[in-house]
Design a protein around this ligand. Sequence first.
Ligand code: AMP
Length: 581
Amino acid sequence: MKHGQFSESTTPTATGFSPGFASLGLEASLLTTLEALGYEEPTPIQREAVPPLLAGRDLLGQAATGTGKTAAFALPMLQRIGHGSRMRPSALVLVPTRELAIQVGEAVQRYGKELRVTALSVYGGQAIGPQLYALKRGVDIVVATPGRALDHIRRGTLKLQHIQIVVLDEADEMLDMGFADDLDAILQQTPDTKQTALFSATMPPRIRSIARQHLHNPVEITIAKEPVKAGTAPRVKQTAYVVARPHRAAALARVIDVAGAKSALVFCRTRLEVDDVTVMLTARGYKAEAIHGGMSQGQRDRVMQSFKTGQTELLIATDVAARGLDIPHVSHVINYDLPSSAEVYVHRIGRTGRAGREGEAITILDPREQRLLRSIEQHTKARVVVLPIPTVTDLRLKQVDRVQTAIEEVLKEGRLETFRALVERLSAACPETDVAAAAIKLLVRAQGGERPEQEIPAAPIRSHDDVGRPIRDTGRSSGRPHGSFAGAKHQPAARMRRGGREAGMARVYIGAGREAGIRPGDLVGAIANEAKVRSSVIGAIEIEERFSIVDVPESMAHSIIDVLGRAWIKGRKVPVRLFRD
Ligand code: AMP
């Protein structure tokens, strides 16, 4: 990272708004939106990418999801087209999956609200009718998966002659999914004068060759390039839980309940999240307080005093608010959001495990942020263990455990005379064990142990050694011509089966093959989009004349077969079943 994350003045202003965003050259209406969203300061990628993009430069950025890269390209894009000719559509964002198309489309819409810039997401699998209608009415920004974008271009419903800005988001993943030809075909039809930004979590030669061909004198940005200095990463137990967005709050509550955290710092990215989390945890019976840049100095002092004296158990904070505060040692640091860089992560978890004391850092993350977690591990040279979200049974066992320990401690302490008389009175009518059981029940109830709880669904966890690349993708750039998407593409041969099935993998039979025009990208796309699994967990693919066989993790095979059996592949339904050798 070129700029030190903490070297700049980030003291919140009276309104709690960091001058950071304004200094990037963003206009007032966008600053107002960011303020309303509770963003306190730009993330490293935003700090570096916004000024050159505003100036119209092309950009090559290495950054994973979770670093704030969507805003890094969306904010300058909105500002530029918001004041342009408004010939529509003015910008095209290409993303690998339907899920990302929706997510990025919503983010762009949110950031562009004040400027009244409109965005539309178009992706495969969605009925084409409403998309046709929306495109016809006119939108400023189209966020699309490559296949569906091409479909609209061929139908004449997506016109590219006015495109001023193109963004390729998660370019490496688009190539992995076999979209190279589609990308080539799309870019060829965009005006030469356009501005292009390419983001990729990894920078293999094939991405570089694309950049050489399609970007003009780009600014290059790499986030978290330099490892954190040895010794700066504190020795604390680090765990992470991967959970889909809708279950994040429940997961946070569960891990706090299980951890029995009595003095913990919970970090959120935005002020709004800080407020939401504080309300949620307070409702669960915790003594939780918020601290963020939107509060006055007096309010912050009061909250800190209460935390230091132990009256407040959980302090919910943004990075800006926590920075510069004299926070005492805490037993747990909990990241409700994965921080946007390794530096911020190290700074956050440095609040625990101080001076030889035990500490624990817990991170809740979105399945898409697993790459960022791996990159944090690489930079901090510390392992973060990804665990399944504790079940309701785990929680109940933990609660009983804690009650047992508490009772044992009180027994050791003695001095029970005052209460013994009451036990004797009560046990005149029923056995002493019942009296004790009733007392324990009261204690468990007081600790929330009788609250009805629901299981939290597990999200797919990527294998540890798979830092963004399919494990058996061996022939990626070897000997092929560089300089075009087609040349750099994820060739079918690269994933072709060599030998038998891998351990832990199941083989899925799909009743369509070469004859039906099936390409590896179609299968990877269908599985990733329909069954919502990462393309990189998909193993070897074999395409025969009339059928195909795809290796998938055994644990996911049944759900993939179930979903694919109901999906449309290349415009038709095909039989899908488990393939036995
Ligand atoms: P992205 O890497 O674009 O997927 O962004 C990850 C998350 O960070 C999203 O939930 C954004 O809303 C949030 N985010 C992006 N920029 C900031 C910022 N400067 N401050 C706080 N949150 C942010």
